[in-house]
Design a binder for this molecule. Structure first.
Ligand SMILES: NC(=O)c1ccc[n+]([C@@H]2O[C@H](COP(=O)([O-])OP(=O)(O)OC[C@H]3O[C@@H](n4cnc5c(N)ncnc54)[C@H](OP(=O)(O)O)[C@@H]3O)[C@@H](O)[C@H]2O)c1
Length: 421
């Protein structure tokens, strides 16, 4: 990313000067020297502290990633009265409240456009485009790796492991894909978006996080038959009690625009009370898109100066709504013995928990497991049901005599409904 920023600043320096101020790259610091990169005469150091100590640095662009060193650099920049632009979502999600508070007190500009959804100007949309709205909910595909994998499973019929290997081969997934496929990266971004949308502090700890590794190719196929795509969504919603924020795979109606956002692309849908529903789509990663966002912050700073730091009102009271309070429809995949009466038992169990069935797929042919076991999947789409009722019903279904294993459960997102589900 650093190279992307250096390249874009060099390529566009003439047009960026039209902002009234020249953006000049004076210094670069990184752990490993890369003599092959043209820094256009900027001084290079392997010591990050050289940036904050230098008089010819007005703004520090942090694109090193990680937590500790980035936090130290950020704090040192504030102490030295230098503005900060960062692409580091983990840093902002985990330490943003204190860093922003200190920056605001010091009159320091903080730009975080590149930290969420790469090239999509979603921070700008929330803070500058929609402030007249009371945001009701937002939902986003904010991890391109997970979206690529689920798209490959849906369109290429691949299983999760094959799609992940392919994503790694293409450079869309890290050698250690944990942060992406377990939903942590998306949860960092959702914590930031929720804070900005609802005017609350960044609260990563309250984001409910589930990854996509448990989604089976079979589920992707059944979802399609039922008229849905499975998407890795981050959903944040204003509730009666406070803010609900969750990251998990979701069945998304194929007619929803966000369901059509495939591959590594990102999208964020935001519903405001005045504007209604708006959708922002674009590349969520890569040197060019992310550098575009970093340089946008630099240009904003050049145009507006430090006053812009006032756009993050992140103090005040709020309460988080736990996942147990969520209500939504559910997709259930029940592995059943191939004998009469099992479906009736499953339906009765759901009924006992007050859950109605909206749709069913029952196959005549059995599925064969790795160790020679056989079962017939019963696929059920429920109506909207409270999370705890769904959990209890699934636990009871798994105890039924004719049910042979774990029930796979995926929540359904009906984003266009006014309450977000
Ligand atoms: N890549 C994207 O598409 C993208 C998109 C949005 C946001 N971001 C964010 O941008 C940041 C950077 O991502 P990246 O993909 O560009 O990472 P990267 O390829 O690993 O580059 C990080 C660079 O920073 C250097 N570095 C790391 N820690 C350092 C330290 N303590 N002191 C000095 N230099 C250090 C690394 O040096 P070495 O070469 O010695 O390791 C490397 O050159 C992360 O916060 C990431 O979340 C990235």
């Amino acid at each position: 990313m650093g190279r992307g920023v250096v390249g874009l600043l060099q390529r566009e320096s003439a047009s960026l000067a039209a902002t009234g101020r020249t953006l000049q790259l004076t210094r670069v610091a990184s752990r490993t020297p890369r003599p092959e990169v043209d820094l256009g005469g900027a001084a290079f150091s392997t010591d990050l502290a050289d940036l904050t100590a230098a008089d010819d640095v007005d703004v520090v662009v942090e694109v090193i990633g990680g937590e500790e060193d980035a936090k130290t650099l950020f704090a040192a920049a504030i102490a030295a009265n230098k503005h900060v632009v960062t692409a580091n979502k983990a840093l902002i999600a985990l330490h943003g409240n204190e860093l922003m508070r200190d920056a605001r007190r010091a009159g320091i500009f903080v730009g975080i456009e590149a930290a969420v959804a790469g090239g999509i100007p979603i921070i700008n949309a929330l803070t500058r485009g929609l402030p007249a709205n009371r945001i009701e909910w937002l939902a986003g595909i904010i991890n391109g790796t997970s979206n690529y994998i689920l798209t490959a499973m849906s369109e290429g019929g691949q299983d999760f492991a094959t799609a992940l290997r392919e994503a790694q081969r293409l450079g869309y997934a890290e050698p250690d894909p944990t942060f992406d496929v377990e939903g942590i990266d998306a949860a960092h971004k959702l914590a930031i978006l929720a804070g900005l949308a609802f005017g609350t502090p960044f609260d990563f700890a309250s984001v409910h996080v589930e990854g996509i590794a448990d989604v089976d190719a079979e589920d992707v196929g059944y979802a399609r038959e039922l008229g849905y795509r499975i998407k890795p969504l981050g959903i944040a919603r204003r509730t009666a009690r406070g803010v609900e924020a969750r990251v998990h795979p979701c069945l998304t109606p194929e007619s929803d625009l966000i369901a059509k956002v495939d591959g590594v692309m990102n999208a964020v849908q935001v519903r405001g009370d005045a504007v209604g529903s708006t959708l922002y789509v674009g590349p969520g990663a890569g040197a060019g898109p992310t550098a575009s966002a970093v340089v946008a912050d630099l240009v904003e700073l050049a145009r507006g100066g430090a006053d812009s730091c006032a756009v993050f009102p992140i103090e005040g009271d709020w309460e988080s709504s736990p996942i147990g309070e969520v209500s939504c429809a559910h997709y259930l995949n029940v592995p059943a013995e191939d004998q009469p009466g099992v479906f009736a038992d499953v339906a009765q169990t759901l009924g006992r928990h007050g859950i109605s069935i909206e749709g069913v797929i029952q196959r005549a042919e059995a599925v064969r497991g790795a160790r020679g076991s056989e079962w017939v999947p019963i696929v059920i789409l429920t109506d909207v049901v409270a999370e705890l009722d769904a959990e209890r019903a699934v636990a009871d279904i798994e105890k039924l005599a004719g049910v042979t294993g774990r029930v796979r459960r995926i929540r359904v997102a009906n984003l266009e409904n006014s309450d977000g589900e």
